[in-house]
Design a protein around this ligand. Structure first.
Ligand code: ADP
Length: 795
């Protein structure tokens, strides 16, 4: 048996599975850890940014609170109130200026100034402010309305950005104390702040406009598109006179600023300018509506995260790799005994059943190896027995094989023989078909009707002439019993049943002729006089297997016969009277009524008389025949003792028997009843048959006449040992004027009418005349008569 080499060893499969599992697990762990670390690091970064921002906003708020506080304190100074309550206060009042300057000392305000209720700057540490109208500024409007206020704006005089703080003086408001703080003081500190380590820092005012930025291109940009009210306000107040405030894309940040949100906010925005994710942190400056905003690039923030992630991933990947290697080594170690087992099994399967194996792993492999060894031991035992059995079976098989080969050879020969036989059969079949064709052609060309039947009388072949005569087609006839198709009837007695002559031929194996005066009734009722003969078909062994019948249209012959009969009838009637008177005259002559004749004349007259008698006999026979043929035979029955009549006849023909020296013996059964029969005709029949037996006998021959009978039939047998009748002539015997050749030869005198008349009379009485004969052996004529004789009685 072919052993299949493993495409993937078990070890490799387990290794692959474990490696796959480790790799998947490793990737998942790496991803989870990386995400955790990243989230953690981002959280800690944002926390740092937020805390720094918180520190910065506190510092800024403190500075702003200081400026605001200054305005509040100055507003409380009584001199300031008094100054403003003066009816006509002086610009740059020295006393007031002194107070202002002293208060501003050490505080880096850009300007500390007093505004009257009309919004006009009355006294200022910055002289350029004096006399200027600030009534349109929000901080002035609000302070005059009684509220301290602070705003960021670009100064209308200095044209520089500044923080403005205002406080109303006294409760009934006599003016406003204002402080302008230079933002650079605030911003410079911010620029140095640590936030820059992570990106840029912006100071956003309450409008949402960046008023200080470590990124110069962001200066005076709004965080997002400002609403129209704010924009209108900015325009009216000329807050950013020479600047074009265009929007950035930090809508989330703008919402925080507009909403005045107190809490710190940290979030990511997508910067559409540099297409980078930015980390934005926002924190409100004290109670002011200003915000410090930091912007850090995500990549920068995550740079550190990335490094740390990579390191962690490296460590994990290394650990996994190490794990895989260890596992592979372990598998190699663990699978070594299995390999050994496989090798052992391979050797055993290739026949080395004496090999041994030792595995001492103490696990299932050891048990398996022991079991396999046990199995091999068992197989060894079996194998031995098997070998012996195989030897015996092989011997048996080769014996059987040898027999089979012989049988095969025989079968081959039989096959060849059968093929030959089949070939021969085919040839024969073809020959038979050709023969059949030939026969059919011959049959169809025969003018007489021919039909062939099988053993059962069924039609198997017919020719065209038969089709014509019978009126049936070939297909109508085929397979039918001939008697169903061919209605043969006797012309004289059409009602009597016609003998089944085909059956007779098949049973007896004789050639038969149809009865004389037979007619064939066709399909449409036409009748044709026919003559025919039926002969048996025999196999080579002589067994009868069918019958062939030849039917001849006998119409013309029958007409000829009829005219002959007519002629004979007329002639015999015409001859009867002169022959009678000739006989009468000759008898007178011989009796000497006309005078004594001399011896010579007497002899001549006697010869004439004998000839006259023969002629009268012939004419009587002819008249009988004529009457018979015309159906004019009338019986004159009387009670007749047959035995007596026969004996009388034997005596009457004594001159004939003596001339031939023939012995006649008769055996008359006295119990035979007397018959009611026409005596004259019975005598005629018997005379003819007995005289024939004498006539056609040898000199010194023997004739026996038997009369026997029972209650139904009477049988008269006339036997002789004379010349007999040739077989071929037997058929026609009994026809009118027929004489056998040998009879003519031995007995020139004769008419061939006696037998015909006898047969007709016997048949007329309902009896039968049977002729049996063999040439040179003798003849036997049997007359069978019924006890009840049929008779045509004279009317
Ligand atoms: P005929 O005797 O005048 O010839 P029949 O009619 O008596 O005519 O007989 C017809 C023929 O039958 C005879 O010619 C003869 O050939 C044959 N025949 C009749 N009887 C015998 C017989 N006993 N032996 C041999 N032939 C016979």
């Amino acid at each position: 048996m072919n052993k299949s080499q493993p495409k993937l060893s078990l070890r490799l499969k387990i290794s692959l599975m474990v490696s796959l599992w480790v790799a998947t697990f490793g990737v998942v762990i790496i991803l989870v850890i990386q995400n955790l670390v990243t989230a953690n690091l981002i959280a800690s970064k944002t926390e740092t940014i937020d805390s720094i921002l918180s520190e910065q906003t506190h510092e800024t708020a403190r500075r702003l609170d200081d400026a605001k506080g200054s305005a509040d304190v100055v507003a409380e100074i009584p001199e300031i109130g008094e100054y403003l309550e003066l009816k006509d206060p002086k610009f740059q009042d020295e006393k007031v200026l002194k107070i202002l300057k002293e208060f501003g000392l050490g505080r880096s305000y850009e300007s500390l100034y007093i505004i009257n209720t009309n919004g006009i700057a009355m006294t200022s540490t910055d002289p350029s402010f004096v006399k200027n109208d600030f009534s349109f500024r929000k901080y002035v409007i609000n302070a005059l309305a009684g509220n301290s206020y602070s705003e960021m704006a670009i100064g209308s005089v200095s044209n520089k950005l500044g923080f403005y703080f205002s406080t109303p003086v006294k409760n009934r408001i006599v003016g406003v104390v204002a402080v302008k703080l230079d933002p650079a003081v605030v911003f410079n500190d911010l620029v140095l702040s640590k936030v820059r380590d992570y990106g840029h820092l912006f100071f956003v005012n309450s409008d949402g406009v960046i008023v200080s930025a470590t990124k110069p291109e962001f200066l005076y940009k709004s965080l997002d598109q400002l609403n129209s009210d704010t924009l209108a306000e900015i325009a009216v107040e000329k807050r950013y006179p020479n600047e074009n405030v265009t929007p950035l894309d930090y809508s989330k940040a703008l919402q925080v600023v507009i909403g005045g949100n107190d809490n710190s906010k940290v979030f990511f925005v997508n910067d559409k300018i540099d297409m980078e994710q930015e980390l934005i942190a926002l924190r409100k400056v004290g109670n002011y509506r200003y915000y410090l905003m930091s912007e850090s690039n995500q990549t920068d923030v995550l740079a550190a995260v990335k490094t740390i992630s990579l390191v962690i991933m490296g460590i994990i990947a290394g650990a996994l790799f190490l794990g895989v290697i260890i596992q592979l080594l372990f598998l190699r170690f663990a699978f070594a005994p299995l390999r050994k087992l496989v090798d052992y099994a391979g050797k055993v399967s290739s026949g080395a059943i004496n090999e041994a194996i030792e595995i001492n792993t103490g696990d299932e492999l050891q048990s398996l190896s022991e079991s396999i060894q046990d199995m091999v031991l068992n197989i060894k035992g079996l194998y031995k027995g098997l070998e012996e059995q195989v030897t015996v079976k092989t011997a048996e098989l080769s014996g059987a094989l040898a027999i089979m080969e012989v049988k095969n050879g025989e079968m081959d020969n039989s096959k060849k023989a059968m093929l030959n036989v089949m070939e021969d059969l085919n040839d024969e079949k073809e020959k038979i078909a050709a023969e059949k064709n030939r026969i059919e052609t011959i049959l169809s060309s025969i003018g007489d009707g021919v039909f062939v039947t099988d053993e059962q009388g069924r039609l198997v072949m017919v020719n065209q002439a038969v089709e014509k005569m019978s009126g049936f087609t070939n297909t109508e006839m085929y397979g039918k019993n001939y008697a169903e198709i061919f209605k043969f009837v006797n012309e004289d007695s059409s009602n009597s049943e016609y003998p089944n002559f085909v059956n007779e031929v098949i049973v007896n194996g004789n050639v038969l002729s149809l009865l004389p005066h037979t007619v064939l009734i066709s399909k449409n009722g036409n009748s044709t006089p026919v003559l025919d003969s039926a002969a048996p078909l025999r196999t080579a062994e002589g067994k009868v297997f069918g019958c062939v019948v030849v039917v001849r249209d006998n119409t013309k012959e029958r007409e000829l016969e009829r005219s002959k009969d007519d002629f004979l009838s007329v002639a015999s009637h015409q001859l009867r009277t002169p022959l009678g008177s000739m006989r009468w005259s000759l008898e007178m002559l011989l009796n000497g009524d006309a005078g004594e004749l001399n011896a010579e004349a007497t002899e001549i007259a006697k010869q004439i008389y004998d000839g006259n008698l023969r002629m009268i006999g012939l004419v009587n026979d002819l008249l009988d025949v004529s009457r018979i043929d015309q159906g004019k035979v009338m019986d004159n029955p009387t009670v007749v003792d047959l035995g007596e009549t026969i004996d009388k006849i034997i005596m009457e023909i004594e001159p004939l028997t003596m001339a031939k020296n023939v012995q006649i013996s008769s055996t008359i059964d006295k119990k035979v009843p007397k018959l009611n029969i026409d005596l004259q005709r019975f005598r005629e029949v018997m005379t003819n048959l007995i005289s024939n037996a004498v006539k056609y006998n040898k000199i010194g021959g023997l004739v026996t006449v038997d009369l026997a009978g029972d209650e139904a039939n009477i049988v008269i047998t006339i036997s002789d040992n004379g010349i007999g009748i040739p077989k071929n002539d037997l058929v026609r015997l009994g026809s009118k004027f027929f004489r056998a050749k040998n009879a003519i030869h031995s007995e020139s005198e004769g008419t061939g009418l006696g037998l015909y008349v006898a047969r007709k009379f016997v048949e007329g009485w309902g009896g039968k005349l049977i002729i049996e004969s063999e040439v040179e052996v003798g003849s036997k004529m049997t007359v069978r008569l019924p006890v009840e004789i049929k008779s045509k009685i004279k009317e």
